[in-house]
Design a protein around this ligand. Structure first.
Ligand SMILES: *Cc1c(COP(=O)(O)O)cnc(C)c1O
Length: 357
């Protein structure tokens, strides 16, 4: 609170990102970053972009990046919007498509930025609870008055929705915008980009942060009907014409072009995830059907906070949310990191069950 803030700012409860601690070296499995570096071609393109042209503004229309994405996804440039991380695109979408008095609908357990944006832009929202196994109850997303947003796969559960189910939700909300946030889609879910040509109310948002190992670059994109893309451009150009800098644009273009490299690291992460999910299952954890670059697990007995603290004391960071007190979200690291995590978890479980604390 401050007497200098306006009423809205005094009322805000901001999003809390996972910690990026500086005090010691941790095995960082708490923010869904890639354990692998970005493609060498990306680093080279960015080094090349560090030149005298930096005195000039970047292209406000980001045409080089849009045309590279358009080609990769077999859509036209008018179907593409790019932004400073998908978080920024989500913020623009909340501003462009949702109305204060018509509630936007999203899952009760989901990406915690959605309620923050709703609050920031003075929007109301409706929360839909998930099933016991964290499945999205599809029918409860039909006929929204204000719009729908769903991450697929969902976070922090890692559970995915089949494309046919996504399509039913889009069909049954023809008069409002349905946003599918596909931050993690490249780790095994089915993308709704294939539906964009068919449904003018569908906006698909993706990012370079997770599956392309570029969280530090801050680049995301949206694919949708030209009418929706133009709405996003309208909001963007009422805020900041240059959300992407020259270096980020160069790196993002190179990343899309190095499809092979990204496929390789995505496949590695998926196979490590499968190993890790099995190891936690073998230790008696509940484990959801993971399709993202993280697993969502609940220890025997359900004391996730104790396990979180124990792992942290051993230099391993995972994510604990008070909202789901029996569960931990664990980002997929390298095989070696996950082996260390499993060993630390095993010994903490033994300590816990023998009564030491
Ligand atoms: C990580 C994440 C984002 C944000 O990605 P950026 O492109 O880094 O802003 C958006 N949505 C979900 C569900 C995420 O987990």
């Amino acid at each position: 609170m401050s007497r200098f803030y306006n009423r809205r700012t005094n009322g805000l409860t901001p999003y809390v990102p996972g910690e990026q601690p500086k005090d010691q070296k941790y095995i960082k499995l708490n923010t869904n970053e890639s354990p692998y570096p970005p493609s060498e071609a990306v680093l080279e393109a960015m080094r090349d972009a560090v030149n005298e042209d930096l005195r000039l503004y970047p292209d406000p229309d980001c045409l080089a990046l849009k045309s590279t994405l358009a080609e990769a996804y077999d859509v036209s440039i008018e179907n593409i919007f790019v932004g400073n991380g998908s978080d920024e695109i989500l913020a623009f979408a909340f501003q462009a498509f949702f109305e204060a008095e018509r509630a936007v609908r999203f899952p009760e357990l989901t990406y915690s930025f959605y309620p923050v944006y709703a609050q920031l832009y003075g929007l109301t929202y409706e929360l839909i609870s998930l099933s016991e196994t964290f499945e999205i109850p599809v029918e409860r997303f039909f006929n929204s008055k204000g719009g729908v947003i769903i991450p697929n796969p969902n976070a922090p559960t890692s559970v995915a929705l089949a494309l046919a189910e996504v399509e039913r939700i889009v069909q049954r909300n023809a008069d409002v915008v349905v946003i599918i946030d596909e931050a993690y889609v490249d780790f095994g879910a089915e993308s709704a980009v294939a539906l964009v040509g068919k449904y003018p109310n569908l906006l698909v948002i993706q990012t370079f942060s997770k599956a392309r190992a570029l969280a530090g670059l801050r680049v995301g994109y949206a694919i949708g009907a030209p009418e929706l893309i133009a709405g996003l451009e309208k909001v963007k150009n009422s805020f900041n014409s240059y959300t992407l800098d020259r270096i980020a644009l160069a790196g993002a273009v190179a990343s899309i072009k190095d499809f092979e490299y990204n496929r390789t690291i995505q496949n590695k992460i998926v196979s490590t995830r499968e190993r890790a999910a099995k190891a936690f299952g073998d230790m008696g954890f509940r484990v959801t059907a993971a399709k993202a670059n993280f697993i969502f697990v609940s220890p025997p007995g359900g004391n996730a906070k104790q396990l979180f603290d124990g792992l942290r004391a051993r230099g391993i960071l995972v994510r604990y949310f008070t909202k789901t007190p029996e569960w931990l979200r664990i980002s997929i690291g390298t095989d070696e990191e996950m082996d260390q995590l499993v060993r630390a978890t095993q010994s903490l479980l033994v300590e816990g069950s023998s009564g030491h604390d």
